[in-house]
Design a protein around this ligand. Structure first.
Ligand code: BTN
Length: 281
């Protein structure tokens, strides 16, 4: 049997035959109970895919998906990260999904606010689970005790001066205990217990929608203020690297266009994603 049409009235769809070479036998384990207006009210589950961001974009081109559609997988085989990096995640252990948005209300010059609202939503989710020492490492890594628990990849389709489509990809480590890098962590590691993936998805979607509605309501200065309050290293001496050169500076601010403002030798410098990385000690 083939897949149901994507505009099926069912809220949740499992695409079984999307990838005929799929070896994963993961079954649909998500049921939306989130108290949201639109986020996750349509959900597409695939047992396995290369990247939920790529799949969401492909599905959005092929069919009319409603705003807030969540594309989620149990096994992401070629997850994409920022700066062309890969996102590795253990099968069936973590949340790996993308949310389709149509934020045509948002001028392109304010697109960084999607990063702000999404990273704050993840921070809210963690704080709701009584996680301490949560911070946002510019631009949108979410850390707990200085270790990365969540990566976010936002891909926008811009037309004229507005954002027609945004795919917000979230990789949130939930039940994975062993990582290939020492600087990663998960909710299970910090709370010393396992979590139900369906429950945490629903609770994260609620946090996401609250922050997205704040953005849609034009509350940019509130969002920016809270983003700065959560920003890792704000006002502290930190070591960075830029195009092979290490230097020290103090993070002073983040510009409206998303540039990180670092004071280096009493000079305010603006850095974009490709130009700077943190040297974590
Ligand atoms: C990063 O920290 O570099 C961003 C990682 C983003 C990973 C998520 S997992 C779901 C979505 N699909 C992808 O291919 N990437 C994002």
């Amino acid at each position: 049997m083939g897949n149901p049409p994507l505009n099926s009235p069912l809220g949740t769809i499992q695409l079984t035959s999307f990838n005929p070479t799929c070896k994963s036998n993961q079954k649909l384990l998500y049921k939306i109970s989130a108290n949201t207006l639109f986020t996750g009210q349509q959900l597409v589950f695939v047992p396995e895919c290369h990247s939920t961001n790529s799949l969401a974009s492909e599905l959005a081109t092929r069919s009319k998906l409603s705003e807030g559609t969540v594309v989620i997988t149990a096994h992401q085989t070629a997850g994409r990260g920022q700066r062309g990096n890969r996102w590795e995640t253990a099968e069936g252990m973590n949340l790996t999904f993308s949310i389709l948005l149509k934020p045509s209300f948002l001028p392109v010059k304010n697109q960084f606010y999607l990063t702000v609202s999404t990273s704050l939503a993840v921070a809210d989710f963690l704080k709701n689970h009584a996680v301490h020492e949560v911070s946002i490492k510019w631009p949108n890594d979410v850390l707990v005790d200085k270790k990365k628990i969540c990566g976010i990849l936002i891909e926008n389709v811009v037309q004229k001066e507005t954002i027609q489509q945004s795919i917000v990809g979230i990789g949130l480590n939930i039940n994975q205990k062993n990582f290939t890098i020492a600087t990663a962590t998960s909710l299970a590691v910090v709370k010393n217990q396992d979590f139900d993936l369906n429950e945490v998805l629903n609770s994260l979607l609620e946090c996401f929608e609250k922050r997205f509605l704040q953005l849609r309501g034009g509350k940019l200065s509130e969002l920016k203020k809270e983003y700065l309050e959560n920003l890792f290293g704000l006002g502290e001496w930190r070591r960075f690297a830029s195009h092979g050169t290490a230097f020290e500076g103090i993070i002073e601010d983040v510009e409206e266009n998303g540039a990180l403002v670092v004071n280096v030798n009493n000079e305010r410098r603006n850095y974009y994603l490709k130009d700077i990385s943190f040297l974590m000690s």
